[in-house]
Design a protein around this ligand. Sequence first.
Ligand code: NAP
Ligand code: G4F
Length: 343
Amino acid sequence: MKKKIALIFGVTGQDGAYLSKFLLKKNYIVHGIKRRNSTLNTYRIDDIYSDPFSKKKNFILHYGDISDSLSVFNIIKKVKPDEIYNLAAQSHVAVSFNLPEYTTNVDALGTLRILEAIVQLNKKIKFYQAGSSEMFGKVIETPQTEKTPFYPRSPYGVAKVYSHWITVNYRESHNLFACNGILFNHESPLRGETFVTKKVVRALCRIKQKKQKKLFLGNIYSKRDWGHAADYVQAMWKILQYKKPEDFVICTGKQYTIKQFINMVAKELKIKLRWNGKGINEKGIDGNNNIIIECKKKYLRPAEVDTLRGNYSKARKLLNWKPTHNIKSLIKDMIEYEYNSDS
Ligand code: NAP
Ligand code: G4F
């Protein structure tokens, strides 16, 4: 049987790496788009990118950028994929307040560029759009489902809402197999260092190892529904294998505050942690009376998403998907990786 071909925009990111490995195990040929960078940024996929000259390559990288229509069009034309996963984004919510125009170009128009290329080249290509729980923003109801109205709170969230609706629109107007995954926060050892879970795990491990003295954070009272990226990339694939194109919420249904997350990491690392003070003056203090955590205004956002908790009933029923990780196994996985890395 002919091997299926997948094309991943955002292959060098956390999800791109997990999805590539998952699809290779499913016997796909995987093509990925990589941006030109002044340094190597392929550390997450180095283990699957081996010999660039081998004739039997099943993992192939191309230079491209979703802010550039021509590169998007030419790569899709050349690769002839069966499935496209659009994971490419300026994915940091706080950064989107500083770079709203750039974020909109990549996170909103980037999706349009891919959809339009599919319409021009081959309407049979299946398309997955990486939607986000950030679209629910100032939530209208809890838990959030596929039917919950959006109320985005950041330029990132607004751009993702555009991508959600343009995907629905191309599905309905051009009869594309185009789907939105509405994914809640998902983390892993490969999470970017500036997202809160990785920042906390990395810093507390380094503090435990006496490589660092303090961790600076922003709002530690927002609540998130955190899952493991390894579970969530399976959902992406299942969404494209379903008999018809639909949109799905992917989450765990459980939520914790950032402070609870910190306490769980500290406990796992056997760091005695107590809290003192209120609001921006709240501090985390260790067993030797050292202040190891401080909150700083710099990390507060102009508008915050206070609470997110999803309901994955539709995915469980139609895709037979459920998370295999819980918050404890996620934290253990992240700590183990951090301890074994030499940074
Ligand atoms: P990530 O680690 O930040 O990866 C983003 C990827 O997009 C990277 O490969 C990045 O390349 C690439 N990229 C950025 N701008 C690009 C451009 N102009 N052209 C081509 N590629 C570009 O994000 P992630 O956590 O894997 O998330 C994957 C997707 O899911 C994103 O769209 C994100 O918004 C969305 N999402 C994530 C979560 C989550 O909790 N992780 C939840 C919901 C939705 P470089 O390596 O060169 O920077
Ligand atoms: O880890 P975060 O930056 O994730 P956020 O903003 O929820 O966005 C992530 O999840 C979305 C899905 O809902 C994705 F679409 C998006 O691409 C990204 O992957 O922040 C989580 C919470 C926020 O409330 C933030 O204010 O943690 C709070 N926080 C407190 N101190 C901090 C910090 N966040 C970061 N990044 N850094 C801090 O020092």
